[in-house]
Design a protein around this ligand. Structure first.
Ligand code: NAD
Length: 313
C-alpha cells in the first residue's frame, strides 16, 4: 500500500513517515520545505518539492497513492493573526486542493491533521469530540473550516476520512523557534544557558502528547475509524511548572524560570479525552511524559553538544 504524506519533511510528518516505513508502507512525501527539512527524510522515501496549494494532479497521477495523510499547514497561531490570508490559503485552500486530487484519483482515505485549537475556550474538561467548536484564533478557524470541507467531500465524492485533533505535540525535531512548542522552546533556552520564560504563574495546564504516539495514531487511522473525528492526546493535564520540574530531572540541574505577565488570549487549562481513539482506532499513547521528555532532551543534546556541556556542568 502506498501513502502520500504532505508535510512529511516537517516535525510530525517526518515521524509519521518513519512509522509508515516501519509498518512496510510505501511512502511518497510532498513538501515545499517552508518549515520542513530534507535532513528529516529517510532515503527510501520518494520526495516531491511541491506546494500543496497548487496543482497536485501530476503527483497523484504518477504515484497513485492508496492513502493520503495531510500534515502540510501553516501551524503558527500568532502568524495566523498577522497574516490570516496566508493562513487561509495554507490551511483551507491547500486542503481543498488535496481533497480534489484525492477524490479524482480515487484515494481510499484522507487522514487530516487538525488541532485542539478548534475548540477555543473549553467549557468543560476533559474536552471530548462533542465539545463545541468555537475557535479563538484564525489558525483554529481555518482548521475547523478545513474539517467542514472534508465532511462535505465525504458526502459529495465518497471520499473517506479520519480527522485527528492533536493536543500539544512535542518531541525530537520540533522547531524551537516557532511558538507552537513550549517544550522545544524551554529546552533550547536551557541548552543555551538561558532561563526559560513562563507567561503567568506556570499553573496553566496543557495535554502534552509525544510525537511518536501521534505518528502511531495516524497510521492506525489509515485502516480504522472511517469518517470520524478523534482527539489525539494523553487525557492527562500537565502544568508548565511540572514540565520545568521534569526537565530539571532530565537535565540534572535546578531550573529558575523567568516569570512574565500572562499573555492575552491564552487558555488557562486544556486536556483532551481520548476514549474514542482508544476504542475505534485501537490506539493509546505509549510514552509517559518522563520518557518523552527524556528522549526530547537527548535529541537536542545531540544537536547541540557544546551548549549542553555548558548546561550540565
Ligand atoms: P511543521 O511546520 O514542522 O510541518 C509542516 C510541514 O508542512 C513542513 O514540512 C512544511 O515545509 C510543510 N508545508 C507547509 N506548507 C506547505 C505547502 N503549501 N506545500 C507543501 N508543504 C508545506 O509543523 P508540525 O508541528 O509538524 O505540524 C504538522 C501538522 O500538525 C499541521 O497540520 C499542524 O497544524 C498540526 N498540528 C500540530 C500541533 C503541534 O503541537 N505541533 C498541534 C496540533 C496540530
Amino acid at each position: 500500500m502506498k501513502v502520500l504524506v504532505t508535510g512529511g519533511a516537517g516535525f510530525i510528518g517526518s515521524h509519521i513517515v518513519e512509522e509508515l516505513v516501519d509498518s512496510h508502507y510505501e511512502v511518497v512525501v510532498v513538501d515545499n520545505l517552508v518549515t520542513g527539512h530534507m535532513k528529516n527524510l529517510l532515503p527510501q522515501v520518494s520526495f516531491y518539492k511541491r506546494d500543496v496549494r497548487k496543482d497536485m494532479d501530476e503527483v497523484f497521477a504518477k504515484e497513485k497513492p492508496d492513502y493520503v495523510i495531510h500534515q502540510a499547514a501553516q501551524v503558527s497561531v500568532s502568524q495566523s493573526f498577522t497574516d490570516p490570508l496566508y493562513d487561509c490559503e495554507e490551511n483551507i485552500v491547500a486542503t481543498l486542493n488535496i481533497l480534489q486530487s484525492s477524490a479524482k484519483h480515487k484515494v481510499k482515505k484522507v487522514v487530516f491533521a487538525s488541532t485542539a485549537a478548534v475548540y477555543g475556550n473549553p467549557s468543560y474538561l476533559p474536552i471530548d469530540e462533542a465539545h463545541h467548536v468555537q475557535p479563538i484564533s484564525f489558525y483554529g478557524l481555518t482548521k475547523a473550516h478545513a474539517e467542514k470541507y472534508i465532511h462535505l467531500f465525504a458526502h459529495t465524492h465518497n471520499l473517506d476520512f479520519s480527522i485527528l485533533r492533536y493536543a500539544n505535540v512535542y518531541g525530537p525535531r520540533q522547531d524551537a523557534h516557532g511558538e507552537a512548542g513550549v517544550i522545544a522552546l524551554f529546552i533550547e533556552k536551557l541548552i543555551c544557558g538561558e532561563s526559560p520564560v513562563i507567561f503567568g504563574d506556570g499553573n496553566q495546564t496543557r495535554d502534552f502528547v509525544f510525537v511518536k504516539d501521534v505518528a502511531r495514531a495516524n497510521v492506525a487511522a489509515l485502516e480504522n475509524g472511517k469518517n470520524e473525528i478523534f482527539n489525539v492526546g494523553t487525557g492527562q493535564e500537565t502544568s508548565i511548572n511540572e514540565i520545568i520540574d521534569h526537565l530539571a530531572v532530565s537535565l540534572r540541574r535546578p531550573i529558575q524560570p523567568t516569570l512574565r505577565p500572562p499573555r492575552e488570549g491564552d487558555i488557562r487549562s486544556s486536556v483532551l479525552k481520548n476514549d474514542r481513539a482508544q476504542s475505534m482506532l485501537h490506539w493509546a499513547p505509549c510514552y509517559s511524559l518522563q520518557e518523552g521528555l527524556l528522549k526530547t532532551v537527548q535529541f537536542y543534546q545531540q544537536e547541540n553538544p557544546y551548549g549542553v556541556q555548558e548546561v550540565i556542568s
